[in-house]
Design a protein around this ligand. Sequence first.
Ligand code: RIB
Length: 284
Amino acid sequence: MKIAVVGSVNLDIVASVDRLPVAGETVSGHSLAHHPGGKGANQALAARRLGAEVQLIARVGSDAAAKDALALLRADGVDLSRCLPVAGMPTGVALIGVSADGENQIIVVPGANAELKPEDVTGIEADALIVQLEVPVETVAAAVAGFKGLVVVNLAPAQSVPDALIARADLIVVNKTEAAFFAGRLEQHPTAEIVVTLGGEGARLARGGAVLASAAPPNVEVVDTTGAGDTFVAALTVACLEGRQAAARLAFACAAGALATTRPGAQPSFPSRAEVNAILGSAR
Ligand code: RIB
């Protein structure tokens, strides 16, 4: 099973706080950590940990942060041959606050991610292509337009996208906030499966406005929700390629996403297939 991911690479700078600040407020943090992140890189690594062969098509900076941002992808054997440095640009950075109950607040400074161009995403060969919206939308649209296999579109972070991008998607994944942003537009798609993630309540899958399946996550102790949505997207794609039925696909993705909340950071928290199987088995 081969999955290509077109998307962002960030270095996440994470402050742990008791509670997240409101606008204009300063709060004190307990600790500061650096983790590899970025929605594209996260989804690539999560799919790899679940057993897929994965290629990431992305851009990093020509700085020291690039090595740290790619470290776990490299260690786990993600194909980075199309993940190239951009001279004179910094690697993308995400400033993240994580509260005691695991919720987060994120500011992304794209850096080199903004330099991924439509001409960089031609000739992609894989069983599935996963895209998100942390690289230029015209690049995302070009990638899906030229791709022949299963197209998975994670409309995150929510922003204006061309109709053609939504029309080409076979599977669209959004959280509740993103679903509200795209209100009405997704339901009009006649054939795509639309999956809405509902945090601790799991996820729902619909097609043509009719709900086909829903699933709840296993009970876990939440430490940090960063990257849980990315793990969900990757796991759902893997389960689709394995030909699982709608309810089983959602259950697999919910279990993988839940496990990703039990450890700090995005990429360090992503589960192996054995861990997902174990928690699914124990939930029966
Ligand atoms: O989805 C989580 C990711 O969003 C973080 O890793 C951060 O880099 C931001 O892109």
